[in-house]
Design a protein around this ligand. Structure first.
Ligand code: UD1
Length: 362
């Protein structure tokens, strides 16, 4: 084994999911130091993912927690910088588009440590999203950029980034390949939640534009109610807090078809998703997971980074319009084709191979 050291920074739920296969592949080829920023800290948002996905315990837990964007990112930046000075890794690997991604990428770039970005090149072209700012900045700081799709590589090329770009497929498909057969993700899951396969909808909401806007949140609840069929809503702690703050708990109560759940762990989410009639979501990752399982997705946003799912007819963008939410959910499109636009579920091995070769030749 090479003495090469890669420091990977994770902190939010989707990053734990992406780290599971990448961490495995890295550890077969070099030394990985895993850092948890603490952006997500509730056990249901963090620990349970490490346990279910067999991710090694973080070597360093920064414990930063929640805060305003600047405050949270700055605290992570300072802590990661100190760690990088101490550990002098050969590269820093970051995932996706959260504040943790930005802090890890920026700390490394400023110290001249090569930045590796997994899930590079995604664009919503909506700068009002904090995630869009994070991804654009990190892509421009990165030396190696791993794109899930050709569209992502084309987005980078349009911004003048061509060097170090590799289209490898989507690592979330790797995670599914590794865990979809797990007992706890099996066909018994819907019954455990009191619903029948194919006769319920799964919903998630956490984007700032939806969760922090009382009108948007109220329209979403109204849309869910209009579906009339059972809707299981796995509520993110952020959204949970807003529902109470905006006085929307009674509206949720009134919607008899709507059942609110605590955050659901990875394997049970897979079990619920694969048998759902539709997925209603503003999550990025889950739009793809629905596609992988052939479950129509109703996206509660006006745009998406995962344009292939829309172009292929498996995803409908409805924003927060209650009628469109109900129509798209009651009469979902199920095209006959579902081509493998996100790769073959072996992206992580490719990523690890390219990193090791690149750093050796650097
Ligand atoms: C973050 C990412 C988003 C990603 C999402 C995945 C940014 C800007 N946003 O959004 O891109 O899609 O993670 O889930 O990085 N909270 C808890 N417990 C936790 C974590 C959060 O109660 O363990 C609450 C806090 O009130 C916190 C709020 O949720 O202020 C928002 O958390 P934060 O990590 O800032 O953003 P997310 O909405 O989770």
């Amino acid at each position: 084994m090479s003495a090469m050291r890669i420091l990977s920074v994770v902190g939010a739920r989707p990053q734990f999911i992406k780290a599971a296969p990448v961490s495995r592949a890295l550890r077969q080829r070099c030394h990985e130091v895993l850092v948890h920023s603490g952006q997500h800290y509730d056990s249901a948002m963090s620990d349970v993912f490490f346990e279910q996905l067999g991710i090694p315990a973080p070597d360093h837990e920064l414990g930063i927690g929640s805060g305003r964007h600047g405050e949270q990112t700055a605290a992570m930046l300072a802590a990661i910088e100190a760690l990088l000075i101490d550990l002098a890794p050969d590269a820093v690997l970051v995932y996706g588009d959260t504040n943790t991604t930005l802090a890890g990428g920026l700390a490394a770039a400023k110290l001249g440590v090569p930045v590796v970005h997994v899930e590079a090149g995604l664009r919503s072209f909506n700068r009002a999203m904090p995630e869009e700012i994070n991804r654009v900045v990190v892509d421009h700081l990165s030396e190696l950029l791993f794109c899930p799709t050709q569209v992502a590589a084309d987005n980078l090329a349009a911004e003048g980034i061509r060097k170090g770009v590799h289209v490898v497929g989507d690592v979330m498909l790797d995670t599914l390949r590794l865990f979809a057969g797990h007992e706890a993700a099996g066909s018994h899951v819907p019954a455990a939640f009191g619903v029948e396969p194919g006769r319920y909808h799964l919903a998630t909401v956490h984007r700032a534009a939806n969760a922090d806007d009382p009108d948007a949140l109220a329209r979403l609840i109204e849309g869910f109610e209009r579906i009339g069929e059972p809707v299981l809503w796995a509520v993110h702690p952020r959204t949970h807090a807003r529902l109470a703050e905006f006085g929307l708990a009674p509206a949720v109560e009134r919607a008899k078809n709507l059942r609110v759940l605590e955050p659901v762990p990875y394997l049970e989410t897979i079990g619920l998703l694969r048998a759902a009639k539709t997925l209603l979501t503003d999550s990025g990752g889950m739009q793809k997971e629905a596609y992988f399982f052939g479950v129509p997705c109703v996206t509660l946003r006006d745009e998406t980074e995962w344009v292939e799912t829309v172009e292929l007819g498996w995803n409908t963008l409805v924003g927060t319009d209650p009628d469109r939410i109900a129509q798209a959910s009651l009469h979902p499109r199920r095209p006959s084709e579902r081509p493998p636009v996100y790769g073959d579920g072996h992206a992580a091995e490719r990523i690890a191979d390219v990193i090791v070769t690149h750093l050796r030749e650097r």
